[in-house]
Design a protein around this ligand. Structure first.
Ligand code: FAD
Ligand code: UDP
Length: 373
């Protein structure tokens, strides 16, 4: 029996959608995209809520990259709204910039240091660490224990359910320390939001005559149907293999979305709560989207162990377990594993797009096209 499709793409997030579009438009092959959620976009999905405010269903997503090629690729499917992300942290009853910068320290301690003086101030407090291995080492070796405890220890314990000393250094290393007054969360060359939202961008990407979408469909329900010769899988890799080596730990989140009868709730898009409260951060979307509306919508994020998988947890033992699944994945013919869950990597959106485009190049090099061009 001939296959109904050339490719089955499992997951309509960045990994699946970028690949589906490339295969459909560049190879002329027939692609079926499924997702067990009732929408496209994966975790970047945004929608108008009941009040008509554009919100991110799965927490704040801000696009940033240093890669021109990745920015150009997505620009085929969206115009952009320039946006530089700024975050404040509620510490000792004050709202101060995070990443920690000159203003953070001067405000918190009532000082008037210059950048050069702040370097000395940090140096006097930094704890020497012979080998920086953990997420605790990264911070205490730069700014000392007090700022580590105020900004990182509590937040990280909430977010990951483990102490920073048990997490790979790469986690807190995502957040730099600055001695100047730059209060942008990201320093990347390109920082922008899709002008009409992420979901609109995904709709355009997947709007191709060679692409069929079936939403609300789980891979488990169709995998025996032999719908396509080849599969791109972007869900959790351990789930694909029936958890045969045990479950890979993922951190989950619960989102509490609210709409308020006021125009603005907080001064910036995201306020972090590193010291107390059960939630890690509150996001107010209108800062991200530029939408004007008499009401405003916000989201509280509560991390948890149970629920949908959102974050792979970067720790040595998890990396070991992932390696076993990766070895299996490499031996599985006609299936490509791509994206944050399928390759168990704490990737940002741009990194997933980069990984998907690299996968497409590999496909082009190794798989003859079904449709000669
Ligand atoms: P996903 O978006 O997770 O897509 C995978 C899809 O596969 C999902 O829709 C899922 O439903 C589907 N699926 C899984 N298993 C199956 C199955 N068995 N059958 C059918 N469908 C299945 N990145 C940034 O660059 N900037 C940010 O500001 C940012 N903020 C973030 C905030 C939060 C709270 C989170 C959780 C992530 C954030 N990210 C951010 C990361 C970003 O979400 C990811 O890099 C990106 O969305 C990953 O795309 P993906 O396609 O790999 O996975
Ligand atoms: N982090 C922290 N305090 C903060 C901000 C970040 O401790 O105020 C740590 C925390 O462990 C977090 C990690 O740095 O998970 C990475 O932060 P980022 O904002 O990149 O997380 P994401 O947006 O991916 O959830």
């Amino acid at each position: 029996m001939p296959y109904a499709y050339d490719w089955l793409v499992v997951g309509a997030g960045f990994a699946g959608s970028v690949l589906a579009e490339r295969i459909a438009s560049q190879r002329g092959e027939r692609v079926l995209v499924i997702d067990r959620r009732p929408h496209v976009g994966g975790n970047a999905y945004d929608r108008l809520d009941e009040a008509g405010v554009l919100i991110h269903q799965y927490g704040p997503h801000i696009f940033h990259t240093n890669a021109q090629a990745i920015f150009d690729h997505l620009s085929m499917f969206t115009a952009w709204r320039p946006y530089e992300h700024r975050v404040l942290a509620r510490v000792d009853g004050m709202l101060v910039p995070i990443p920690i910068n000159l203003d953070t320290v001067n405000t918190l301690y009532g000082l008037d240091l210059s950048s050069a003086e702040l370097e000395g101030w940090f140096a006097a407090r930094a704890e020497p660490v012979s080998e920086i291995r953990t997420s605790e080492d990264v911070v205490v070796s730069k700014v000392g224990r007090e700022l580590y405890e105020k900004f990182f220890r509590g937040y990280t314990r909430k977010q990951w359910g483990v102490d920073p000393s048990e997490l790979d250094k790469s986690v807190t290393a995502r957040v730099p320390t600055r001695t100047d007054r730059d209060d942008r969360y990201f320093a990347d060359t390109f920082q922008a939001m899709p002008a009409e939202g992420f979901t609109r961008m995904f709709d355009r990407m997947l709007d191709h005559p060679n692409i069929t979408q079936r939403l609300g469909v789980d891979y488990a329900d169709v995998k025996r149907d032999s719908l396509a010769r080849r599969t791109i899988f972007t869900g959790p890799v351990d789930e694909f293999f029936g958890h045969r080596f045990g479950k890979l730990p993922y951190r989950c989140l619960r989102f509490d979305h609210r709409t308020l009868d006021q125009e603005q709730f907080q001064p910036v898009a995201v306020v972090n709560y590193p010291m107390s409260e059960n939630y890690t951060r509150i996001t107010e979307y209108k800062h991200l989207t530029g939408q004007e509306h008499p009401r405003t919508s916000i989201t509280y994020e509560y991390p948890s162990d149970a629920g949908d998988p959102y974050y792979p947890i970067p720790r040595a033992e998890n990396a070991e377990l992932y390696k076993m699944y990766e070895a299996l994945a490499l031996q599985t013919p006609d299936v490509w594993f791509v994206g944050r869950l399928a390759t168990y990597r704490y990737y940002n959106m741009d990194q997933v797009v980069g990984q998907a485009l690299a996968t497409f190049r590999r496909i082009e090099q190794t798989i003859p096209r079904a449709v000669p061009t």
